[in-house]
Design a protein around this ligand. Structure first.
Ligand SMILES: Cc1cc2nc3c(=O)[nH]c(=O)nc-3n(C[C@H](O)[C@H](O)[C@H](O)COP(=O)(O)O)c2cc1C
Length: 164
């Protein structure tokens, strides 16, 4: 049997980006930090995110049937921490510049990339739900993405070297 610690440590060897997954249900906007994001299909364009059963975001996506994946830039660690913290969770968007996507989900102005999605399918998997989104629009900004590895934020070595 694999323990939670073993599993967490092994998953830590898999470098990921960091995103903020946002959604809007009527007047309510919400978002949380997510690293469990992947492309699924090219044609049609589909992505997936995994949301813990404990997360508020899960309920908002289930109700609104839309979400946006905002891929964070290397200088957005503070935003990642803010959207992961349970402290002041209803004030996460304060001072953050954002607009609205075609789905209604909040799109963060300074994100490195944005995938605005309608909910395509939901799968329950252990203590998480897998949300598959049909990508309705994408937006890109030319900047270095934030990296998450071994439980810490990091940067792409190629960018770090080229800046030296
Ligand atoms: C780098 C990082 C990655 C995370 N990735 C995920 C994830 O993929 N899925 C998830 O459910 N929670 C993830 N979390 C935890 C949530 O961001 C955190 O539990 C948040 O408080 C949930 O917010 P909510 O309950 O308001 O939706 C991550 C946290 C950090 C710091």
């Amino acid at each position: 049997m694999v323990t939670s610690d073993e599993f967490r440590e092994a998953m830590g060897r898999w470098p990921t980006g960091v995103s903020i997954v946002t959604s809007r249900d009527g007047e309510e906007i919400h978002g949380m930090t997510v690293s469990d994001f992947s492309g699924v299909s090219l044609s049609p364009p589909l992505v997936l995110v995994c949301a813990s059963h404990d997360s508020i975001t899960r309920g908002v996506i289930a109700a609104s049937r839309c979400f946006a994946v905002n891929v964070l830039a290397a200088n957005q660690r503070e935003l990642s921490n803010r959207f992961a913290s349970k402290k002041d969770e209803h004030r996460r968007f304060e001072g953050v510049a954002f607009g609205e996507g075609v789905t209604g989900a909040p799109l963060l102005d300074d994100a490195a990339a944005i995938f605005d999605c309608r909910l395509h399918a939901t799968f329950e998997a252990g203590d998480h739900d897998i949300y598959v989104g049909a990508v309705e629009s994408v937006r890109l900004r030319d900047c270095e993405p934030l990296v998450y590895f071994g439980g810490s934020y990091d940067r792409l070595a190629s960018h770090t070297v080229s800046e030296a």
